[in-house]
Design a protein around this ligand. Structure first.
Ligand code: F1P
Length: 354
């Protein structure tokens, strides 16, 4: 059972109020659909480059996979600093690029300078995804999606991350010529139900003193989300946590699996049997397994499972994986005697003199 004290943390409040922020994003994206579409010229666009820093770099990874998966146009993701410091490694010769710059604050120096680097070399559109209106980022973009209800007091991104994810998915749907209708638009209701369902399990595992290591596995559009879940665990709770692609985990990292390990699988529909096989192997090695999954998996593959609602594609379901994993990090932070609202050594925005 949750205690009243949980609700006194900004982080907890931001995690549980994600669904209304997603609803606002869906409404705004729908209103901007015509304008957003006017920047999409598939016949002229050879590549979509997605950038961000930290959490938003991981979001960029999911964004790039989603762009390519839904439009067929090449999607690549980089930390903003790579575009800034190694532009020749990021921008190949030839025209036809679009840049998607993602930043909660819209003020992270590396992201702004990287956008200027792109602008100086390429005439393609620059699309911004951000949580505050009127930022420095917006001034460099051709058009921006603002997740206006997703701003946060906390340093660690939770509500902002999933809201910008929904913004990116809306953007890709619009550009792929798919109207924002159907099950995708029910994400807010589905998310509220998942948060309610997963609270107790997240609290139980977050507070489990027998667990010492956390591994997050995901592939395709879910690799970026696995990285984000890993980062939440580190930032909030200073715990040992890593993220891998599912099948990569067998190539070395699984030597770390023991009885003190929780392996969290973010399962896809596309690769489900292969991912289930990895989880079974990890249980055989003595690890404990939490599966966040689009369909129920056999009990040999998972000690715990959060089964996500049906009717969404791998490209649409992403936001539903994260609330339980954010809560896991929140409760691990409390278990470790830390303040989840004030992660060690971190500030909300990294401003550099460059
Ligand atoms: C991104 C960032 C992350 C970091 C932390 C605070 O800023 O600095 O790198 O992990 O969560 O935010 P932004 O460009 O998205 O505002």
């Amino acid at each position: 059972m949750q205690s009243q004290a949980d609700g006194s943390y900004y982080t907890f409040q931001e995690i549980i109020t994600q669904p209304p922020a997603w609803r606002a994003v869906l409404q705004d994206a729908d209103q901007q659909a015509g304008a957003l579409r006017s920047f999409w010229r598939p016949e002229k666009t050879q590549e979509v480059i997605c950038i961000g820093c930290g959490s938003t770099h991981y979001l960029a990874r999911t964004a790039a996979a989603t762009f390519q998966g839904m439009t067929g146009v090449s999607g690549k993701a980089y930390p903003a600093s790579e575009l800034l410091l190694f532009p020749d490694m990021v921008l190949s010769n030839g025209a036809g690029r679009m840049l998607v710059a993602i930043s909660r604050s819209g003020e992270t120096t590396e992201t702004l300078r990287a956008m200027e680097t792109f602008r100086a070399r390429d005439s393609g559109p620059v699309i911004g995804v951000v949580c505050y209106p009127g930022t420095s980022l917006e001034r460099i973009t051709s058009i921006s999606l603002v997740a206006r209800e997703a701003h946060e007091q906390s340093v660690a991104q939770t509500r902002s991350f999933t809201s910008m994810l929904v913004a990116v998915q809306s953007l890709v749907s619009i550009m792929a010529g798919q109207p924002l209708t159907g099950r995708f638009c029910e994400l807010p209701e589905l998310g509220a139900a998942i948060i309610k369902e997963s609270l107790d399990l997240a609290q139980q595992l977050g507070g489990d003193a027998a667990l010492e290591r956390f591994y997050f596995l995901g592939g395709g559009p879910f690799y970026g989300l696995a990285c984000e879940a890993m980062l939440k665990m580190k930032e909030m709770s200073l715990s040992y946590s890593e993220a891998y692609h599912f099948l990569e985990f067998r190539h070395g990292p699984m030597s770390m699996v023991n009885r003190q390990t929780l392996v969290v699988g973010l399962l896809s529909e596309a690769a489900l049997p292969h991912e289930i096989a990895v989880l079974k192997d990890m249980r055989t090695l003595g690890g404990r397994v939490l599966a966040v999954t689009p369909v129920k998996v056999p009990s040999e593959a998972a000690d715990y499972q959060i089964v996500l609602p049906k009717g969404l594609t791998d490209m649409e379901r992403g936001a539903l994986y994260l609330p339980a994993l954010q809560l896991l990090a929140f409760y691990r932070s409390l278990h470790n005697g830390l303040n989840p609202d004030a992660p060690t050594n971190l500030t909300a925005v990294v401003s550099l003199d460059i």
